[in-house]
Design a binder for this molecule. Sequence first.
Ligand SMILES: *[C@@H]1O[C@H](CO)[C@@H](O)[C@H](O)[C@H]1NC(C)=O
Ligand SMILES: *[C@@H]1O[C@H](CO)[C@@H](O)[C@H](O)[C@H]1NC(C)=O
Ligand SMILES: *[C@@H]1O[C@H](CO)[C@@H](O)[C@H](O)[C@H]1NC(C)=O
Ligand SMILES: *[C@@H]1O[C@H](CO)[C@@H](O)[C@H](O)[C@H]1NC(C)=O
Ligand SMILES: *[C@@H]1O[C@H](CO)[C@@H](O)[C@H](O)[C@H]1NC(C)=O
Ligand SMILES: *[C@@H]1O[C@H](CO)[C@@H](O)[C@H](O)[C@H]1NC(C)=O
Ligand SMILES: *[C@@H]1O[C@H](CO)[C@@H](O)[C@H](O)[C@H]1NC(C)=O
Ligand SMILES: *[C@@H]1O[C@H](CO)[C@@H](O)[C@H](O)[C@H]1NC(C)=O
Ligand SMILES: *[C@@H]1O[C@H](CO)[C@@H](O)[C@H](O)[C@H]1NC(C)=O
Length: 897
Amino acid sequence: MILFLCSFGFILWRQSSATVIGQLNWTPVFQGVEKNQIDMWTKDSNGCQCHFNPSKKDCACCVKPSGCQCGSSAPNKCAQCGLQQYCNNICNVTITQNAIFSESKSLVGQIKSPSLPGPALCWYLLKPDPEHRLELQIYRLVNVGRFNGTGCQSGYIHLVDESDIKAGSLGVQICGENERFAPPVVLFADKGAATLTLRIEEATARSQFLAYYSFTSLNNTQGVGFRPSGGKRIEHTGCDWLYQDFTCVSKPEGCILASPGFPGLYPSHVTCRYHITMSSLRTKVKIIFITLSLPHNHCATDYINVYQGPSSSSTHLATLCSNKKQELVYSGPNLLLEFKSGFSIPPYDYNGFVAKLEFIDKSTTTQQPLSVFQNSIKTTNIIASSSEKFNKHSQEEVIARQIPHSTALVERRGQIEKNCFVRIHGNSTRSGHFGTRSFTSNWSNCTFLFIGQSTDLVHVSLFSYLINVSFCHSYIEIIDGNILTNTFKSIQKICSPKIKYARNSEGKFHEQQTFLSTGNYLSIYFKRFKPATQELEFEEYIDGAFSFLDEYAEGTLQPNTLCDVTFYGLTSTSIGKIHNHGSQHLFWNVEGPLRCSQRFVPAANQSVTLKIMSLGQLMSNFCHTKCGDSGCQCININKTDDTLSTTKYDHLFILNEHNVTLSCICGYFREEWLPIIIRSWSPITIVYSVARYNWAEKGFSFEAEYKFIYDNVCGYQLINHHSGSTQPTPIQEGKELNYYYNQVCTWILNSNIERQLRIEVTSSQNRPCSAWNISLHEYEFSTENHIGRLLHQFCPRDGEKTYDLPWKINVVAIKLLAMTRTLPKFHIKWKSQAVPTNTRLSILTAEASNAASSLVFHIVIIKAKLPVRMHNPKNLRSSIIENGLKLFRGDLLVCGL
Ligand SMILES: *[C@@H]1O[C@H](CO)[C@@H](O)[C@H](O)[C@H]1NC(C)=O
Ligand SMILES: *[C@@H]1O[C@H](CO)[C@@H](O)[C@H](O)[C@H]1NC(C)=O
Ligand SMILES: *[C@@H]1O[C@H](CO)[C@@H](O)[C@H](O)[C@H]1NC(C)=O
Ligand SMILES: *[C@@H]1O[C@H](CO)[C@@H](O)[C@H](O)[C@H]1NC(C)=O
Ligand SMILES: *[C@@H]1O[C@H](CO)[C@@H](O)[C@H](O)[C@H]1NC(C)=O
Ligand SMILES: *[C@@H]1O[C@H](CO)[C@@H](O)[C@H](O)[C@H]1NC(C)=O
Ligand SMILES: *[C@@H]1O[C@H](CO)[C@@H](O)[C@H](O)[C@H]1NC(C)=O
Ligand SMILES: *[C@@H]1O[C@H](CO)[C@@H](O)[C@H](O)[C@H]1NC(C)=O
Ligand SMILES: *[C@@H]1O[C@H](CO)[C@@H](O)[C@H](O)[C@H]1NC(C)=O
């Protein structure tokens, strides 16, 4: 025997005859210490007083205190006290740790099955006490099935515990015709009771196995019992674990994960997922494989895959198998380590893996004294880690796959000034990360000042912070404005004690905590309490991300949203490009569905053209796009699921002003269908919806162009002539295949004399009513758009129609609705005529007639009053928007006749 001290600090025995290489180890149970000992419990076959008959002295002598004589049926044998009734036939037995210990004062024992002719079945229920695990060592198999290349045939022994059953595994299956295992095959069960079964399915002369068992404390650091550290078992799974960086920090030994049953053989056909999460943008994890011992030449069935993201559909980063150990370094926010096993393979000389996780806060590797920090400030310490920098630095940083066009290099010398004052300029960095964790610790307050360009707003998100002293001695204050002037306003003051981690204990991100400035300055003041005499055990910190938003070019962010913006025809750039959200650092803590919208609001006399230029791959198995005359539609091709929930598939859709979908794109998409263009005379919204977003992988990409055009084609018009005609204003039509027009035009016809109104509508187009139609409505005084009860509807297929309106209905609303590839062609004529009383059309009820008679108005458009506060561009902007909308809706001044 040789005593080894293996890499974990376990003391273990290895038989010198063992030929197996690797970290196979086990608890020494029976070493045959005393010479001439018959078996584990029998010292001598006779010479001792018989327990069943004290007058006889020719019974076996037992090892004390654990051995007990078997009794009259086998007077020359001993067994473990508590099991002596099974002396010759240990089969179908329950061995409970506390019972066996109280009888025999031993936590280890032997299971030597009876020599049974097959077919046969024996079970052994082994019940460790709480906080204990079972270790089983198999030494010998005789006629217990055979390995046929894919599994055990005709017989096996196996060990399963509850979690194996949950994971759908048969546990470990071992078979062999005549095997002596040296070292033994070691199996562990550390999740409560486990069942060892011997099953022989064929006729055999004798089948038998020999094993030793041992109950050991889970926290036993002297034996081989391995205990994972820092992780959290995920409930209702067989062997899934969650490892979060902040829980590892609190463990002296850090985070250690291992294959199930380590250092024993792992179960066959299991999938174990080890989720690793990080709570800062700058944190990386180093995965150090201390042990890797998977069967040789079985890389197809026994392997570890590492994924960048929360699931195995995420980007695959690495595969490990056999015994090729590696050290891996990846950034977050999530990694998945997935272990898969195939069948158990003889000679069962492998035992899985152990890995240690080290979390690295990118710039804290060298601690610098404050003096250095104050003088020149190492640029590596800088807060804003821009995407560009990531790309340059390392390939494993999959983090920056989509670089927003607006993100620039951040590093600027002297950005951290004296006394922890940090300026971040919007002219050089559009999006980035900030935090104090990488700063050397000797500061009492820290200020982040975000300085945007003139049309910028500052958007910040706090991912995590730790201020843990009492009575608000430490605080974080978010300030709208420049802290260096005296015109700022506090948005929120976060008082200690308060701890916000980026994620909850299940590893899910907490809700975003974001702040938006009203102007182009935002300040964050972090006051840190520090007792003069003693160092605090923990370091107080703040960690988050920022982005600058150019309202002029990127739209106006809607309050309390992450990414819903509006472009107003009057105040935004008239031509611009938009693209998918999700690449700014603010999205770091978004996981799951992501929905962002960009809304375009044309002013009166304007239309907006939205042209989808490029589109990445949309993730969906059961949705596809069909484009027709009335736009593109998302079609559900999963027959068993008719609720196409937006969280199940990626899609891009365009809504009209009433949130009705005009077009939807999902699933497999062909390049040649692009561009898809919608020209609209009413507000439209493009919605970007990703079913499963995460920062590492982002969502699908798209790019679109928009253009606001003054064309006077549509909108809201008031016509004050008692007769006349109108036709669509000719515009140049797009040649593209998927060019759609979305028109909502309203004319208020006010024939200013009390006569009967005759309206004639003609069209030469033979089109369905759904492509476009014209409807005549009563004028509704009280509603916003003045569209009242429907009187008539004209469909293009009607060709020509004349509508005589009831007497005295002199004001009507005519509405054109179109969503089509071809511009509607029509001609509307109207005439008010005096008719003899007896032929007057009157379908109105008395009440409605009264109402109608009061509807005789002169209608005048109020001129939009321009705002007084011209000096403030923001006020001007919102005022124009308000008035523009009023104008757009045609404000009416009503005077009695
Ligand atoms: C053990 O119990 C099983 C049923 O649980 C039975 O089928 C089997 O025959 C028993 N084995 C012996 C040797 O008695
Ligand atoms: C090996 O044995 C297993 C279990 O009985 C069986 O399912 C499998 O088909 C066998 N394979 C071959 C190649 O015979
Ligand atoms: C292990 O746990 C037991 C309780 O199950 C406790 O009595 C013992 O002190 C622990 N040992 C160590 C080393 O923590
Ligand atoms: C912040 O700390 C610096 C020294 O580190 C000090 O000069 C300054 O007065 C502090 N500011 C406030 C508002 O306490
Ligand atoms: C950004 O603006 C600041 C002052 O507003 C100026 O000092 C700095 O040089 C500018 N940086 C760039 C890259 O233009
Ligand atoms: C921290 O700052 C205090 C004074 O503010 C100084 O006395 C102390 O030496 C500094 N500690 C370090 C480690 O720089
Ligand atoms: C926060 O403070 C409490 C009490 O002062 C302490 O028990 C706890 O460990 C602290 N938490 C952290 C994360 O430092
Ligand atoms: C169809 O929908 C059902 C119910 O949501 C789901 O279980 C199934 O996996 C879906 N089928 C496909 C092919 O995605
Ligand atoms: C359309 O949806 C947005 C966001 O869900 C909502 O704010 C708005 O009120 C909706 N508009 C209408 C007309 O329903």
